[in-house]
Structure formats: structure tokens, C-alpha cells
Design a protein around this ligand. Structure first.
Ligand SMILES: Cc1cc2nc3c(=O)[nH]c(=O)nc-3n(C[C@H](O)[C@H](O)[C@H](O)COP(=O)(O)O)c2cc1C
Length: 727
């Protein structure tokens, strides 16, 4: 059985892990992986395929399915019945707050059926908005699915399912290499990496990175060698800046500072092979909201260095790109886990990893990772524990009370208790392990147990010439590659939970403490909206109606800067053709980039702040003509209801939201809609995009562009470009 998932934040992956565990207990040979790791022809080699996929973007397939999906959609497969022998089932994950609920799963199902595959069990569509989340659909579906498997494909006589309390063999293979043991003969990569960096030079990007570091005037190598205050001051690990050498390759033999290692406050730079990677040097990390504001929003600038071709590609993305930051765990948390699990003696030995999850990125210098490496860079030890983690944990404690408590969480009917212990207080894996001191996870099971850290994506918030404005010289040294400047606007996830513990997202904590001068390895890719928003040259000559709430302004600012450049370059005139609706809480607190909008002569900005006391701007003057909106005359209250301004009293009443403002500016909006504007809506998911779309349809009707709501919807689908990026 193949279990193939498409997942952005790990929910679908967790379901896939659970389904694999179930299938292994029914004696299936399984292969569980990202959809993209599977070729179409591989589908013909397995008896059953389970697809588990979430939906992202606006009804889009997740990133790790895009290759597979592209292959599946190839035109030459049409009418070929090429998947005639494939039997499949689909579990979809979505959020009914989005218009295109569970579209990825639906699209996949339709295409598989078109190509002749048959569905051997009913598809399910889980909704994150459901009271008990995805589980409320998943748990009963899984039970039925298991029963259907046993019914349709019964086990041979005398063979029983493996009970849940019996340990399955590990899926991945991890072994600690004792320091003095001769290296495995069959593993020449490890051998050469350990013994000689000449055989195995680091990739060019790593060498450039090290070169840049050494050239940097603020890297005092002598000071770094004499004491490690530099390390704790800058958070950079000195070791990672050194050339590969025998001292580094055999630290236990040659280490100078034995026993006197100060733990740096921040994790060292990522030594991982990140796809589409560039080196980013932090230039600025400024909090842009006042300290008394509830949310810490950071405006962070980076200079990008790296492969020239990739940098050219970044330029071509014209600000419509996404920076993927790979957060890491803090040394103190890693050490805490190492001590808790009794791994101290092996934590810094190289590991021999032969079978590993696809998403586990190897080191970029070809060297074997140590346990401490993978705990720092690869494994998410502060994630909220999922079911599959707890299930496995019960095997690793000798304490029967702990086993019982762990198993209780998973007993059907105890979903609420599980939720109250894990998600509600946002308890971390590390905290859970402190609650169960009997648990000692063997090193060879770490990859089976811990989830892998996912990169966090941030929309680049600058475009046009601001991308190429970075200094060509770094500390007076001529660079061999030219840096680009990209900026992000990141709202940090920090809050107190019901157990009153302050919480920080893994990436938020990492970003919060990033110091200027720090180097990171990041990924950069075009945003999903790029092709929609930037068709040259016509795209820039079309009017723009932009709607942003909070940090949703990021991709819009990049687009505005790109368009302004186009105009300056004589590409065309955008005069009076841009409307920006911005929604925040308070003008003085979260009007991100508000001071910049005056620079654009051709743009009208309508900011609205839900928590500011200033009154909403007056309703538009009604035209006293013969249109049907005139009769019968309405009271002001009725008018507010009609225009949807108070349609949802709890949400809208007395407040200023972007959708209200769109209705108030109906004339200007309709004028640009008639000129086939590009409409972009960015910010929080849920009610905002739904209300905004409704407001646009109302405006089209009210201004006589269309007659009915259905026509209004069609106008938005076909006559304008309508792009949503909400999360
Ligand atoms: C940026 C973003 C866009 C989304 N778009 C949709 C959508 O168009 N339709 C839908 O049903 N769910 C949508 N969702 C909801 C996800 O499918 C849902 O949260 C799911 O549990 C995520 O699973 P994953 O972690 O495996 O990706 C979206 C979520 C995010 C964060």
C-alpha cells in the first residue's frame, strides 16, 4: 500500500503517518511519502494507494504535490485509461472558511477517475472549522476504512492484525558511530567526509558563505580563538566559520577547549542542503509596532548572496517571491532533551543514517550529522505532540502508570482530553517529555518519532529597484557575487495560553532574536500569485484594487513598488488607477508602511482602523436619478443593512472594516472594475476575504455594472483578475 500525502503544515502528513501505522498492523507492506516522491508509473506497482491531501492557496494543491500533479495532468494521458489497474482512496483536509473547500482532494479524485483508476473506499473531506477539527471526520473514517480493508482484503487464515500495544520495527535506520570504531567499509561517503575534506569539498555556496564570513571585518578570528565571548555575543558559532580541518573532523582527539564549551545563546547557521538556497545576511530587524501593542511585528531586511543564476531568478520574480526560513531549536532546549533522554555520551558522535524520511535535509558539507545536529536543525522538538508521537512514546517507558496515561489520550472518546492536554495549552513535545520522566527514546527511533521542522514562508514585501539597492561592498570588501536586498514583514506568534505560560512559535522566537550581521541559509521561490499579478506589460497597465489587512500588506507593497518602477521606466501610466484599502486596528499602532503611501501620486488609500474611535467616513451621496436603488426611500439603518455594512452585527457593527470602506467607495471601485482591474486581497483568512468579495459584488450591483449577485460573481471570475492570498 502506498500512502501519499500533500501537506503544507503537517496535518495531512500526520494523517498519513497514522494510516501507515494502521496498514502495517494489518500486515501491509507500506510506502509512505510526499506525493512528489512518487512517479506515476510507481502507482501501477502497488495494490492500493491512499492519497491524503490538504488544500492550500485558493483551492490549490500543496507544494509537495506539484510535480506529481503536473505529471498526472499531462494532456497525452487524456482518454488513455492508463491508471486502469489503480485502486485508490482519498482523504482531504480543508477549511470551509475558504471558498474552494477541499478542492485539492476533489481535483485529484476527478483526475484519477478520468484516468481509469477506481475508488475502493469513499472519499472524506475533513474541515478544520469543525468543532473538534479534522479528527471529527478522520477518526470515524479511519475506523470504517480499516473495517473495509479487512472485509475486502481479508488476512490469510491464522494471521491476526498486530495489536496496538505491540511495537513495530523502526521505519528508518539510524545508528551512532562510536568515535573509535573504524568507519563502515561500505559507506565511502561518510568515510571520506570524516577523513578528508579534500575528497569531499563543500559546495560552492558553502565556500562563498565561509569566504564572506572571513572577510567580514567584524569577525575577529584571533578573538574567537582566544575566548568564546564572541560566540555568545553574536550568536554565531565560531566552529562553523572555520575551514574544514583535522581539528574539526576529529574533535575528541584534538579539541583545545575540552570541557570549557560555552553554549552559544543562538543556534548556529543552518548547515543544511536547502532547495533553491541563497545566503541571507540580516541587515535590519526592527519592531514596527509599539511595545505596548499586542503584536510584535518585525520588518526584517536581508542581503542575499549566492549562486548568480539563482539571484537572477530572484530578480525576475519581481518581488512576488516567498522567502522560506528554516527555524532551528535553541541549544539550551537541545541540551535539555539530550540530558532528559540520557543521550549525553552519544550526542556528538556522527550518525550513520541509511534509511531516512525524504524531508530530512542532509548537511551541506557532506559530513555525517550528529544527534545534536539533527536535534538542532532537523527535528521539531517543540512542536505540539501529535497522536502518532504519543502512540509510540508508550513503548519507551517502563513505568506502567505512564503507559496507561499515554494510551488513555488515544482511547476513542478521549479526544477532548487529548486536545486539552496538547493543543489547547500548546504544550510542546519537550514539555510532554518532562511530564513523563520514565520515557527514554532510543537514538535509533528518533526519526520515527519526531516530526521534521518545516520551513516557514514569508512574502517578500519589497520590489522594483529596492531589490537591487543592496550595498555591493560588504565592509569595504569587493564581493564576488552581487547581493540583492529583500525584506519581509513578520508578525511574531507570541501569546499566553490558558495555562498562562507565554508561548512563542519556533520561527517567531528565532526571528525575534536575529541580530544584524547574522547569516542564514534560506530558500526563495516565486509566490503562487506571481503569474497572475505580473503579466508584462499589460498587467501593469491595468488598474489595481488592493485590499490588505495587517501583514497582508507585504506582497501588495512589493507589487506597488514594482508598478511604480514600471511607470518610472516609462512603461506606461498608472495615474489614478490604484486604490488601496488597508485594514488594521489602530492608526498609530499597526498602519504598516502607512507613511510610504504619500510617495505614490497616483494612488488613493483608504485606511480603516477597527479599534480607533474616529467615525466612519460618510456614506456616498446617493444619486437622485431614476435608478431602482432610490425607491422606496430607506432609513439610514436600512441602508446600512442593505449595503451589508451591518449585515453581521457581531462582526461589523460600529467598526471600520475594509469591506465597509469598499462599499463607501463604490463609485471609484466600480469605475476601475469596468476597466478590468486586477484585484488583490491579502491578509487573514476566514471572514475577511468572504466579506470583501461580497462587498465587491454589492458594489457592482449598486453601481449598475451587473444586475444580480450571480452576474457579480461571474464578473469577478472572468472580467477582472481576482487574486486572494489569505492565511
Ligand atoms: C494559506 C492557506 C490557504 C488555504 N486554502 C484553502 C482552500 O483554498 N481550501 C480549503 O479547503 N482549505 C484551505 N486551507 C486550509 C488547509 O487545507 C487546512 O488548514 C489543512 O488542515 C492544512 O493541512 P496541512 O498542514 O497538511 O497543509 C488553507 C490554509 C492556508 C494556511
Amino acid at each position: 500500500m502506498a500512502i501519499l500525502y500533500g501537506s503544507e503544515t503537517g496535518n495531512a502528513e500526520e494523517i498519513a503517518i497514522e494510516l501507515e501505522d494502521m496498514a502495517r498492523r494489518l500486515h501491509y507492506q507500506t510506502k509512505m511519502d510526499e506525493m512528489d516522491s512518487f512517479k506515476l508509473s510507481d502507482l501501477l506497482k502497488v495494490s492500493l494507494v491512499i492519497f491524503v491531501t490538504s488544500t492550500t492557496g485558493q483551492g490549490d494543491m500543496p507544494t509537495n504535490t506539484l510535480n506529481f500533479w503536473k505529471n498526472l495532468r499531462r494532456e497525452k494521458l487524456n482518454n488513455s485509461n492508463c491508471l486502469g489497474s489503480v485502486k485508490f482512496a482519498i482523504f482531504g483536509l480543508g477549511d470551509s472558511g475558504y471558498r474552494k473547500f477541499n478542492w485539492a482532494a476533489r481535483k485529484l479524485q476527478v483526475r484519477l477517475l478520468q484516468l481509469g483508476a477506481s475508488e475502493f473506499f469513499r472519499a472524506a473531506e475533513a474541515d478544520e472549522r469543525h468543532d473538534n477539527g479534522i479528527e471529527s471526520i478522520y477518526l470515524p473514517w479511519k475506523a470504517e476504512f480499516r473495517a473495509a480493508l479487512l472485509d475486502k482484503y481479508p488476512l490469510p487464515q491464522g494471521v491476526e492484525p498486530i495489536p496496538d500495544d505491540q511495537l513495530l520495527p523502526p521505519k528508518y535506520s539510524v545508528r551512532v558511530i562510536p568515535t573509535m570504531e573504524p568507519l563502515p567499509k561500505d559507506n565511502s561517503a561518510i568515510k571520506s567526509a570524516l577523513y578528508s575534506h579534500f575528497d569531499n569539498p563543500p559546495p560552492l555556496s558553502q565556500r562563498r558563505f565561509e569566504y564572506a564570513e572571513r572577510q567580514s571585518a567584524d569577525f575577529p578570528s584571533w578573538e574567537a580563538r582566544e575566548d568564546n565571548s564572541w560566540e555568545s555575543r553574536t550568536g554565531k558559532s565560531v566552529d562553523s566559520l572555520d575551514k574544514n580541518n583535522v581539528l574539526k573532523d576529529h574533535p575528541s582527539k584534538y579539541a583545545i577547549e575540552k570541557g570549557d564549551q560555552k553554549v552559544p545563546a543562538l543556534p548556529p547557521p543552518t548547515p543544511l542542503q536547502i532547495p533553491e538556497q541563497v545566503i541571507a545576511r540580516v541587515i535590519k530587524n526592527a519592531r514596527v509596532t509599539p511595545v505596548d501593542h499586542w503584536q510584535d511585528v518585525r520588518h526584517i531586511s536581508f542581503d542575499l548572496h549566492g549562486d548568480k543564476r539563482l539571484l537572477q531568478r530572484v530578480l525576475a520574480m519581481m518581488g512576488q517571491s516567498v522567502l522560506s526560513i528554516y527555524p532551528k531549536n535553541y541549544p539550551e532546549d537541545v541540551q535539555d532533551l539530550i540530558s532528559l533522554m540520557d543521550w549525553t555520551n552519544v550526542a556528538d558522535n556522527p550518525l550513520d543514517i541509511t534509511i531516512k524520511p525524504t524531508r530530512l535535509l542532509p548537511r551541506n558539507d557532506g559530513k555525517p550529522s550528529t544527534l545534536r545536529d539533527i536535534l538542532t536543525h532537523n527535528l521539531d522538538i517543540t512542536a505540539i505532540p501529535k497522536r502518532s508521537f504519543i502512540r509510540q512514546l508508550a513503548f519507551w517507558t517502563p513505568n506502567p502508570d505512564e503507559v496507561e496515561r499515554l494510551r488513555e489520550f488515544l482511547t476513542p472518546g478521549n479526544e477532548q482530553e487529548f486536545y486539552d492536554y496538547t493543543s489547547r495549552p500548546r504544550r510542546t513535545i519537550l514539555e510532554l517529555l518532562h511530564d513523563f520522566p520514565g520515557v527514554k527514546i532510543p537514538v535509533d527511533r528518533v526519526l520515527d518519532l519526531f516530526p521534521i521542522i518545516r520551513p516557514r514562508d514569508f512574502s517578500v514585501c519589497n520590489g522594483g529597484h529596492t531589490i537591487t539597492e543592496a550595498e555591493y561592498n560588504l565592509d569595504g570588501v569587493k564581493k564576488e557575487v552581487f547581493p540583492l536586498r529583500v525584506e519581509i514583514l513578520a508578525a511574531l506568534v507570541e501569546y499566553k495560553t490558558i495555562i498562562r505560560k507565554p508561548r512563542q512559535g519556533l520561527c517567531s522566537r528565532y526571528l525575534k532574536h536575529l541580530q544584524p550581521g547574522t547569516y542564514l541559509v534560506v530558500g526563495i521561490n516565486p509566490s503562487r500569485g506571481r503569474n497572475v499579478l505580473l503579466p508584462r506589460p499589460r498587467g501593469f497597465e491595468r488598474p489595481l484594487i488592493a485590499v490588505a489587512t495587517g501583514t497582508g500588506i507585504a506582497p501588495i507593497r512589493a507589487l506597488l513598488q514594482e508598478r511604480a518602477d514600471y511607470e518610472e521606466d516609462g512603461g506606461g501610466s498608472l495615474a489614478s488607477d490604484t486604490l488601496l484599502f488597508y485594514g488594521g486596528r489602530n492608526r498609530t499602532k499597526d498602519y504598516h508602511f502607512g507613511e510610504e503611501w504619500g510617495w505614490y501620486g497616483n494612488m488613493r488609500v483608504f485606511p480603516c482602523f477597527s479599534r480607533d474611535p474616529d467615525p466612519p467616513s460618510p456614506l456616498p451621496i446617493k444619486e437622485e436619478k431614476d435608478d431602482k436603488w432610490q425607491v422606496p426611500p430607506k432609513t439610514e439603518e436600512e441602508e446600512l443593512v442593505e449595503f451589508g455594512i451591518v449585515s453581521d452585527p457581531d462582526y461589523d457593527k460600529g467598526k471600520k472594516y475594509v469591506q465597509n470602506e469598499i462599499r463607501r467607495r463604490g463609485k471609484e471601485v466600480a469605475e476601475l472594475m469596468r476597466k478590468e482591474a486586477i484585484v488583490v486581497v491579502c491578509g487573514s483568512a476566514g471572514k475577511m476575504p468572504v466579506s470583501v468579495r461580497k462587498a465587491f459584488v454589492d458594489v457592482l450591483r449598486r453601481e449598475g455594472v451587473v444586475e444580480t449577485e450571480g452576474e457579480g460573481e461571474r464578473w469577478l471570475e472572468r472580467r477582472v483578475v481576482y487574486w486572494e492570498d489569505t492565511w
